[in-house]
Design a protein around this ligand. Sequence first.
Ligand code: FES
Length: 162
Amino acid sequence: MVDREAIVNLVRNIKQQALEERDMLINALHQIQNHFGSYIPVEAAKLVAEELNVPESKVYEVLTFYTMFSIKPRGKYVVRVCVNLPCHVTGGRQIIETLKQTLGIDFDQTTSDGLFTLERTSCLGLCGVAPVIMVNDEYYGDLTPKKVKELIESLRARGEGR
Ligand code: FES
């Protein structure tokens, strides 16, 4: 159940920033996604359209264009792996295999404890430290399978799961 008042207040605060329409929309969706942890419920997306007076189709266009947004519930930690060439040729394939093995899931799946979701992403702009992954808003570069396992273990120890 979506807390209608909380969503409306979030959007109204953003409206006061007098941004361009698209920036306002992206900003609102970011805040709402943070509010719900890692996704935007459809009901909340509809409220954004209503409050910003933009067609729902425009909100869904933004939601589907930017891979950082999701309308499906995701884990507490969203792990995004860069799958472009510079990362691929510097060990990215082993990083992907290690992540899949350590987490026990494939791309676009979430661990049963609700802690991790694994996703692909295109270049994160950090090719100089490839291979690169992102966990929520943090970047991790110069990765090796060992570093990836250690990172996942430390996040697991910190997280609480569902
Ligand atoms: S190709 Fe992976 S960060 Fe650029």
